[in-house]
Design a protein. Structure first.
Length: 259
């Protein structure tokens, strides 16, 4: 394998997302995990020589994606924080608003597709065309389905990060027709619905990453679907922190903390 150009790390924060994305010397973070895991996430970033983030993307405002924001922001410099294009009403939204208020961080609500240079690659943030409905599922509403979806491409390497999309959100993503990706971070920690097969058929991944926990594991049905399609699957519940490295030609090497 030639020199690695891309590196994606699902930091083990339990059932939650904190994903470090690197292309060359540039780095971005997708979600921030929990308040209790922020120090561990920062320590991992620092061990990789990452003290600056070109972008921090909050896919949606669930606590397992946003609670670590204050801690991570305090320990790193960030060019821009990209936020979902809706205003929440629950305490998790208020946690993010409070963390950002007076922090001096630049923010952008994503309502149209955003394309960013990330080192030698490109980071694309796709907004959802699902309408946010407060109170549709408690105070959080249908926020999973309006998750931002993020893609990284660099040469022949391609990664898709599907937030916590559920059935309606996956359907909206499929309508947009973004094409195939070699590596997919499965939506909603490996929970399944009637559109999971359609998503896998559309993306055609070689590798699937699932951010689940031993206490809240991925659905057996989803794991069977991945196995049936021949997708190499890695779960934080079994592997701990997962690292995928690409060489820019669509060849990948996966290492896990449990090895």
């Amino acid at each position: 394998m030639r020199e690695r150009i891309t590196r994606v790390t699902c930091v083990d924060v339990g059932k939650g997302d904190c994903i470090l994305v690197q292309a060359g010397t540039a780095a971005a973070l997708i979600d921030t995990g929990y308040r209790s895991t922020a120090d561990d996430a920062l320590a991992y970033m620092q061990a990789q020589g990452v003290s600056h983030l070109d972008a921090l993307v909050i896919t949606h405002y669930d606590r397992d994606h946003v609670e670590g924001l204050s801690g991570i922001a305090a320990g790193s410099s960030i060019d821009m924080v990209y936020l979902p294009g809706y205003v929440g009403i629950d305490k998790n939204y208020k946690t993010v608003a409070k963390a950002l208020d007076g922090s001096g961080l630049k923010t952008q609500s994503v309502t149209d597709e955003v394309r960013l240079a990330l080192g030698e690659g490109q980071l694309v943030i796709y907004p959802s065309d699902v309408t946010y409905v407060p109170g549709a599922n408690g105070d959080e509403g249908n926020d999973n389905d309006v998750s931002l979806v993020v893609a990284l491409t660099c040469g022949g390497d391609s990664y898709l990060f599907a937030g916590d999309l559920e059935e309606e959100g996956v359907e909206a993503y499929l309508r947009a027709g973004h094409g195939r990706f070699d590596v997919i971070k499965m939506p909603h920690h490996g929970e399944g619905d009637s559109n999971t097969d359609k998503l896998l058929d559309d993306v055609q991944p070689k590798i699937a990453l699932i951010t689940d926990s031993a206490g809240e594991p991925a659905d057996k049905k989803v794991l069977k679907q991945l196995k049936k399609q021949g997708v190499m699957t890695y779960r934080t519940s079994e592997c701990g922190t997962i690292v995928v490295e690409g060489n820019g030609a669509g060849n990948y090497e996966v290492t896990v903390a449990s090895a």
